[in-house]
Design a protein around this ligand. Structure first.
Ligand SMILES: Cc1ncc(COP(=O)(O)O)c(C=O)c1O
Length: 360
């Protein structure tokens, strides 16, 4: 007897996590390289004795805390096992099999995967040649079947960010009934004042949701906790479609403890952003066409030479994230780790007079 699985999932690509290689520096998953924030490990230790009990399914303490911090009612919040879970819940909450999810491409690689898992249709609009969102093109790509639009801001993997003016123009023109999810997984690393805080736009509209995570700036990637601020009916549906008890109790206390020390988190992000700008400038000075990043990574559009550059970095004990045929994403680590990545980039150019580097 054979078991049946959904035929439409046979073509589903697996999510490709960043690799970890013993002895190499890992600049592949957009994590922060310093440990959790002060007080977090102690809070986890204190809570560990209670793990024989199920977690609070509604994560009430965390929801209340976030609601107060963001100045929204708790009913407009949904907490999830990482914001990637909430991305999937947003598709589940808005789409049936005939409905469409729209996003730029290349963008966060989970969007096509979760759309296919839910069984909805995807529509993509290529990034512009400067690796930024083509919001006018995305507006044109909205059809009567569109239910959800992801705008990843800053965009993973290019680091480019959509500015306030163009986003407002886009949001003003999006038809009724289409939810725009501003995926702000890297929001805390933004330094350009022209890049909006999604919460500003959320407060002025009824068709915007904002996704945030504790994985990146807060340094809790392994614990899996993120949140979505959404209009009440959307947030209610997000909670309904979530897997019960998926936000574990240690993640809940760690997120709360991290919120106690947000000044420290922001100081760390400022250091990462300064390193990002330094690494970006050095790469540009070497001749690499690196777009200005607002996240904790930089993008090198190597095109057909992507996998060769990736191998070169591995030989130099630097694990980066290649996207075959497109480019590589290098996470900003500590200054020593960044120096290793820069040395590999310098060495590639010195050893490669034939010009396999991306075109300027
Ligand atoms: C743009 C974007 N959104 C969401 C996520 C999901 O993060 P997490 O599920 O760890 O919160 C990521 C992770 O890399 C991301 O890059």
């Amino acid at each position: 007897m054979t078991a049946h699985t959904r035929a439409d999932l046979e073509s589903l690509p697996g999510y490709v996590p960043g690799r970890s290689i013993p002895g190499a520096v890992k600049l592949a998953s957009n994590e922060v390289s310093v440990g959790p924030l002060p007080g977090v490990v102690a809070a986890i230790r204190d809570a560990a004795a209670g793990i024989n009990r199920y977690p609070d399914n509604g994560a009430a303490a965390l929801v209340d805390r976030l609601a107060a911090r963001l100045d929204v009612p708790p009913s407009q919040l949904a907490v999830g096992a990482g914001s990637v879970a909430l991305c999937q819940q947003l598709v589940q909450a808005t789409c049936t099999p005939t409905d469409e999810v729209l996003f730029a491409w290349r963008s966060f690689e989970a969007y096509p995967i979760i759309t296919q898992i839910v069984g909805a249709r995807q529509r993509t609009v290529p990034l512009r040649t400067d690796h930024t969102h083509d919001l006018a093109g995305m507006l044109d790509a909205i059809t009567p079947a569109t239910r959800l639009v992801f705008v990843c801001n800053p965009n993973n993997p290019t680091g480019t960010a959509v500015r306030r003016d163009e986003l407002v123009t886009f949001l003003d023109a999006v038809p009724d009934g289409v939810l725009v999810a501003l995926d702000e997984a890297y929001h805390e690393f933004v330094t350009d004042p022209a890049v909006p805080d999604g919460m500003e736009l959320y407060r002025q509209r009824e068709n915007v949701a904002v996704l945030r995570t504790f994985s990146k700036a807060y340094g809790l990637a392994a614990l899996r906790v993120g949140y979505c601020v959404a209009p009440e009916p959307v947030a209610t549906t997000l909670r309904k479609v979530s897997v019960p008890f998926s936000i574990n109790s240690l993640a809940q206390v760690a997120a709360l403890a991290s919120l106690d020390v947000e000044d420290e988190m922001l100081a760390r992000c400022r250091s990462v952003a300064a390193e990002r700008d330094r690494v970006g400038s050095e790469l540009i000075a070497m001749g690499y066409p690196v777009p200005r990043s607002q996240a904790n990574f930089v993008w090198l559009p190597f095109g057909e030479h992507t996998m060769a550059f990736n191998e070169h970095c591995l030989e130099h004990k630097v694990v980066i994230r290649p996207f075959s045929g497109d480019g590589v994403r290098i996470t900003i680590g500590d200054p020593n780790e960044n120096e290793m990545a820069l040395a590999a980039a310098r060495e590639w150019q010195n050893s490669d007079p034939q010009g396999r580097q991306p075109p300027i």
